[in-house]
Each structure stands twice: as structure tokens, then as C-alpha cells.
Design a protein around this ligand. Structure first.
Ligand code: SIN
Ligand code: FE2
Length: 217
């Protein structure tokens, strides 16, 4: 693993850890903005509450989700897709706050992907025991753009595998303020999150929140 020091616009210095040719962990990249992000998440989920969606196979996901942006990721018995409206309310998803898009663009640029302009942000809430099995992010029409993933709250073990499910995944513990970027040759790598351990985070409380930025259309 390569370790490099990096400075960014918020004047914080972060460690980077390379996971692959197109993938990096930016340690603490979002730390100085975490409370702002947390406040914005509160406003978004007041309008589009967290919900545990159904997979196409009929299983209830353990992770609760919401979205902001011009489109949002949803799943139900008819499949995985992006849609502009919240299926629970029929209303458009809340707009993406400028703080979110600026952070995502800066993180992508720090990882070598300049000009990232996400149109979708999936908000994941993990309570103790919640997990996400290995999967690829492949519902986005535009796969030339990276995925930018921001972790807040309790630590979690992120699994980063290969382009085939059978490849053994690397385990990386992600903590409050860490950002992972994957794109280019790593854009379709399998990834997931192990079951969250119970705990209490001073800002976020008894859960982990994850913001995953995508250019979906
Ligand atoms: C995801 O793959 O959508 C979430 C990844 C994470 O929670 O870190
Ligand atoms: Fe994913």
C-alpha cells in the first residue's frame, strides 16, 4: 500500500492509501466538514426519510437509505434503478446541497478524476448489525465517472474486491471523515461493508452514515 500526504482546499492534510490504479482512500478528507454534512443529511431525511428497501429477490435490506440530487437509487421487486422521484412520496428527491457536490468534486480531483459532477447521492444508514454484501455499482449510465464514498459516524470494515466476485477482497476500516474514490479501471470492482459493530459516535450517535456520489445519467 502506498502512503502519500495530500493537502486540499479545506487546508486539512490527509493520508492517502492506494487500493488500485483507479482507487484511493483519502483519510480524513471530509473531517473538517463532517458536522455541516451531518446537518444537511438531517434536512434531507426530514423530507425523504430513511427506509429499508426491498431487493428484487424480495429481501428487506438491513441498510436504510435515502437520496438527494436530480435522481436517486432505488430497489424494489421490479429491480434496481435510478429515478427522479422518491417512490414513498412521489416527490422529487431533495436537491443536492452545494457542500456535498463541492466535496465530491474535490475528492474525485484529489484522486485524479477532474470535473466530477455528481447528479445522485445515495445516503446509507447502518445501525448495528447492518451490512452490505459484495456488489458492483453498475446501474449508472455513465461509468466513465468515478464513485465517491464519504463515511461518517461509527467505523466500519469496507471490503474492496476485484472485477470478479471470486477475487478475495481487501478489508479497510473506514472512520468518520474518510473518503474512498474508485473509478477508471477500478470502477466496477466489487465492494461491500461488514456488519456494523455497536458503538456511540460523538456527532452521529449509534450508527454509521455513508454518502455515495455518482454520475448516474
Ligand atoms: C455502497 O456501496 O453503496 C455503500 C458503501 C459504504 O457504505 O461504504
Ligand atoms: Fe456500492
Amino acid at each position: 500500500m502506498n502512503l502519500d500526504l495530500l493537502s486540499h482546499a479545506g487546508a486539512t492534510t490527509t493520508w492517502t492509501e492506494r487500493l488500485g490504479p483507479g482507487s484511493l482512500v483519502l483519510r480524513g478528507f471530509a473531517a473538517s466538514e463532517a458536522e455541516t454534512l451531518y446537518g444537511e443529511i438531517g434536512k434531507i431525511v426530514a423530507a425523504a426519510p430513511f427506509r429499508q428497501m426491498l431487493t428484487p429477490g424480495g429481501f428487506r435490506m438491513s441498510v436504510a437509505m435515502s437520496n438527494c440530487g436530480t435522481t436517486g437509487w432505488v430497489t424494489d421487486q421490479s429491480g434496481y434503478r435510478y429515478q427522479p422521484n422518491d417512490p414513498e412520496s412521489g416527490q422529487p428527491w431533495p436537491p443536492m446541497p452545494a457542500t456535498f457536490s463541492r466535496l465530491a468534486e474535490a475528492a474525485a480531483a484529489a484522486a485524479g478524476f477532474s470535473g466530477f459532477a455528481p447528479d445522485a447521492c445515495l445516503i446509507n444508514r447502518y445501525q448495528p448489525g447492518a451490512k452490505m454484501s459484495l456488489h458492483q455499482d453498475k446501474d449508472e449510465r455513465d461509468q466513465t465517472q468515478p464513485i465517491v464514498s464519504v463515511s461518517l459516524g461509527l467505523p466500519a470494515v469496507f471490503q474492496f474486491g476485484g472485477l470478479q466476485r471470486s477475487v478475495t477482497a481487501t478489508r479497510v476500516t473506514l472512520t468518520h471523515g474518510d473518503v474512498v474514490v474508485w473509478g477508471g479501471p477500478d470502477r466496477l470492482r466489487y465492494h461491500g461493508v461488514l456488519a456494523l459493530k455497536a458503538g456511540e459516535h460523538p456527532i452521529v450517535g449509534a450508527c454509521r452514515l455513508n454518502l455515495t456520489f455518482r454520475k448516474a445519467r
